[in-house]
Design a protein around this ligand. Structure first.
Ligand code: C5P
Length: 396
């Protein structure tokens, strides 16, 4: 395992007793573990138990006997941080930066990957405010470890149980020991929408957030690649030492940047939702409204995928996406041929949880030779992992 120094952050849930085992399992793996607890969690399990198992002092208070505790140090020390159990309250504080205890202070100053193992009652887990906070945490790049289903402390049965310690260890290890199978490879990724202006204030665009492309960029960089991310206008951001981001607005800008970056690249992954049409005439001034209807004449934008597909050198790959609402497979296959993709990732807007504005996606991968691999609904991070796994055997 690459990550050796682990901060386990424990908040106030009955599931805190499982985190004793979590500490033990990581120590057994040869990791150095330090524990930070919220004051509420000490009512469930004592700091002494964690200190004994981790062989380190446990941090609970921001201020201890008039001494200020250095949370920044702990956050910077860690290779990874695992918040387990993460209560609804701690999740809300982490999502919104409400820093009123040592756990949140450590979280806010941590620079490392953060894993969150929620634990709560099923109604709390399904509450829109929890769902929103979880989405926010994911948008910051944190990984949510899926909750278990079963009997809860309240006696209710449903989703919300903290994952079992053995499952948390396996989940984290599988991500932290990613193969470096893209080491030395150069990958270009397009992501997000494009905006096509028709005057200085108006434009045509679409609902793409760029999340799928950002997950792909992170996965490639985590696996050793040098990544050029050509990113259309989005609220999401990415900070990764292996990823160079070029921000673009229009399809033409995206095309120019992608063609330039592809010259030296091994793979291009075209995940952007590029506008197919742009206004033919762009007014320098804001167009005034007049009586009656208005018509905007549109012209085609450059097809980036087709441009790259037509000029591919031996050994270079292009991977496309297809978002379809009807005749999904036939349309994806014809796109695969027309754009000369090596494979195409098909997602249907008809599948619940797939496509725009979701953190999850359900894809089928359609290969040049006709093979189709169908995947279940997964987080976009996991989908990125599956897509890259399908690219590796095609690299020369
Ligand atoms: O034709 P369609 O837009 O459905 O094709 C989707 C695939 O082509 C995606 O991979 C998308 O990123 C790419 N594309 C592109 N440039 C365009 C239009 C689509 O690279 N102008």
């Amino acid at each position: 395992m690459v990550a050796k120094k682990i901060v386990i952050a424990v908040s106030g849930s009955i599931a805190a007793y499982k985190s004793l085992q979590l500490v033990r399992l990581f120590v057994k793996q040869g990791c150095e573990v330090k524990v930070v607890m919220t004051p509420a969690s000490t009512a469930f399990v004592s700091a002494l138990s964690f200190a004994t198992l981790s062989k380190h002092d446990v941090s609970v208070d921001l201020i201890d006997n008039n001494t200020w505790s250095n949370h920044v140090e702990l956050g910077l020390w860690a290779d990874i941080m695992i918040v387990a159990p993460a209560t609804a309250s701690s999740i809300a504080k982490m999502a919104n930066g409400v820093c009123d205890n040592m756990l949140i202070a450590t979280y806010l100053s941590a620079k490392c990957p953060v894993y969150i193992a929620p634990a709560m009652d099923l109604d709390m887990w399904q509450h829109p405010s929890t769902l929103r906070n979880i989405e926010l945490l994911q948008s910051y790049g944190n990984t949510i470890i899926p909750v278990g289903h079963g009997e809860l402390a309240s006696g209710l049965i449903g989703a919300g149980r903290m994952a079992e310690p053995e499952d948390i260890v396996e989940y984290v290890l599988s991500r932290e020991s990613l193969p470096q199978d893209l080491s030395g490879r150069h990958v270009v990724i397009t992501a997000g929408p494009t905006k096509e202006a028709f005057d200085p204030v108006r434009f045509i665009s679409n609902h793409s957030t760029g999340r799928m492309g950002i997950c792909l960029a992170e996965e490639c960089a985590d696996r050793g690649a040098i990544v050029d991310l050509i990113l259309g206008p989005t609220n999401l951001s990415i900070e990764h030492s292996g990823v160079t981001v070029t921000n673009v607005i229009s399809a033409q800008d995206m095309c120019d940047a992608t063609v330039a970056a592809y010259t030296n690249a091994d793979v291009a992954i075209l995940a952007a939702a590029v506008a197919d049409y742009r206004p033919k005439n762009v007014s320098d001034e804001k167009i005034k409204k007049k009586k009656g209807d208005m018509t905007i004449e549109l012209e085609r934008t450059p097809d980036i995928a087709q441009t790259l597909g037509g000029s591919k050198k031996a050994g270079q790959l292009t991977i496309g996406f297809a978002l379809e609402t009807q005749n999904a497979l036939e349309n994806a296959k014809s796109k695969l041929e027309r754009k000369n993709f090596d494979f195409i990732v098909l997602n249907s807007l008809k599948d619940e949880g797939a496509g725009f504005q979701h953190n999850t996606n359900k894809v089928s991968i359609v290969h040049k030779g006709g093979d189709v691999n169908e995947y279940p609904l997964k987080s976009k991070k996991e989908v990125a992992h599956d897509i890259i796994n399908e690219i590796i055997p095609l690299l020369k």
